[in-house]
Design a protein around this ligand. Structure first.
Ligand code: AMP
Length: 374
């Protein structure tokens, strides 16, 4: 057995998986919420693991992998945690104030609980460090941008990277020969254009706010709206943050932030929910078209995460109007729910449309081993 503990520590939650990397079997998993002290949460997690499965009592991870949201430009791959790395993650907190401090608290608690094993940080931004300057640079005063580290970083990199590899495996092709668009549609959502296994464009930007319509985030909008609201309605930076990160997207459009509820309401005839679904799919199609153009060809469009894996309705709303791009949908394959990786495009289609369940924890554990065994 080679048990690896994968930790995703938020500001008030702790999600974990213990994976045996000999078989890639999940030995234990769980989610602790309303966490105020990450050390206490860790002790609770260890109790849960031992109580859940008698055979796991006394089993200790040989390494711990940590999800870290923002790695800035400092980290382009998974990295063994040292004091210097902890300092860098701390310094990056200004770019990801909602995420990095919780990630850091989790790492510190884990090091206290497992002081003798390696800890590896896996960054959501790392996969997108391959973006070219033309794609990561915002067209603002370069001195301002440089002084404040303003550029596109991109997120969900662990998921995009995992799904791209699985796509190659599923198609029986070499990743180095493929042009892929991954649509990670969860509560947060992002699109990624992947050429030869490298991210060349992605929809999230300096923060996870840019791009697609999400559960509670607006995605793209005219930045002048922020100045306008601050002038005409005295919005403060914190109020704008709340409006765009927590009160927009599906919840702003419909009052509901779960796609299941929005779909049900639309089916029941609620016009706001129908419009929200149309906006949601329209934005995705906008990115698929743009990424097709940037990639200069396309082998596969892949749906993943909560909405992408489960909503046949959203997939149909995205793909059916894109027949002119060679994208087709086999209605009966699309309607099948659950299951693993599957093709939902029509027979003989030029572009494969796939559903591939993401697995960020497994990808973190794999990248951890790559680093430790390198
Ligand atoms: P994730 O962030 O990947 O866990 O995705 C969470 C989101 O997936 C939820 O907020 C739901 O909106 C969505 N979701 C989960 N199951 C379904 C489903 N059966 N149909 C539509 N959306 C779903």
């Amino acid at each position: 057995m080679k048990p690896i503990l994968v930790v995703n520590s938020g500001s008030s939650s702790l999600k974990y998986q213990l994976i045996d990397m000999v078989t890639e079997e999940v030995l234990a998993h769980g989610l602790l919420e309303r966490v105020s002290d990450h050390g206490v949460a860790f002790a609770q997690m260890l109790k849960e693991i031992a109580a859940g499965e008698p055979r796991l009592e006394g089993i200790s991870p040989v390494a711990v992998g940590h999800r870290v949201v923002h790695g800035g430009t400092a980290f382009s791959q998974a990295t063994v945690v040292t004091d210097q790395v902890l300092t860098q993650i701390h310094e990056l907190a200004s770019l990801a104030p909602l995420h990095n401090p919780g990630n850091l608290a989790g790492i510190e608690a884990a090091i206290a609980a497992f002081p003798d094993v390696p800890h590896v940080a896996v960054f959501d931004t790392a996969f997108h460090q391959s973006l070219a300057p033309a794609s990561y640079t915002y067209a603002i005063d370069t001195a301002v941008a440089s002084k404040h580290h303003i550029r596109r970083y991109g997120f969900h990199g662990t998921s995009h990277s995992y799904v791209a590899s699985r796509t190659a495996e599923f198609l029986g092709r070499d990743l180095a020969d493929l042009k892929i668009i991954v649509l990670h549609l969860g509560n947060g959502a992002s699109a990624c254009a992947i050429d030869c296994g490298r991210s060349i464009e992605t929809s999230m930007g300096m923060t996870p706010l840019e791009g697609l319509v999400m559960g509670s985030r607006s995605g793209d909008l005219d930045p002048a709206i922020l100045m306008y609201l601050s002038r005409v309605a005295d919005y403060t930076p914190d109020q704008l943050d709340l409006l765009l990160n927590r009160e927009s997207g599906l919840v702003g459009l419909t009052g509901l932030n779960d796609m299941r509820d929005v779909s049900l309401a639309a089916t029941a005839g609620d016009p706001r929910s129908t419009l929200a679904l149309e906006i949601y799919a329209h934005r995705i199609r906008h990115y698929v078209g743009a990424y097709f153009a940037l990639l200069g060809g396309l082998d596969a469009v892949v749906f993943t995460a909560g909405v992408g894996e489960n909503s046949a309705d959203v997939r149909a709303r995205v793909i059916v109007p894109l027949a002119h791009l060679g994208l087709t949908l086999d209605e009966s394959r699309n309607a099948v729910s659950g299951g693993g990786a599957r093709k939902i495009s029509g027979e003989g289609a030029a572009v494969s449309v796939l559903v591939i369940p993401t697995n960020e924890e497994l990808e973190i554990a794999r990248q951890l081993l790559d680093v430790l065994e390198a």
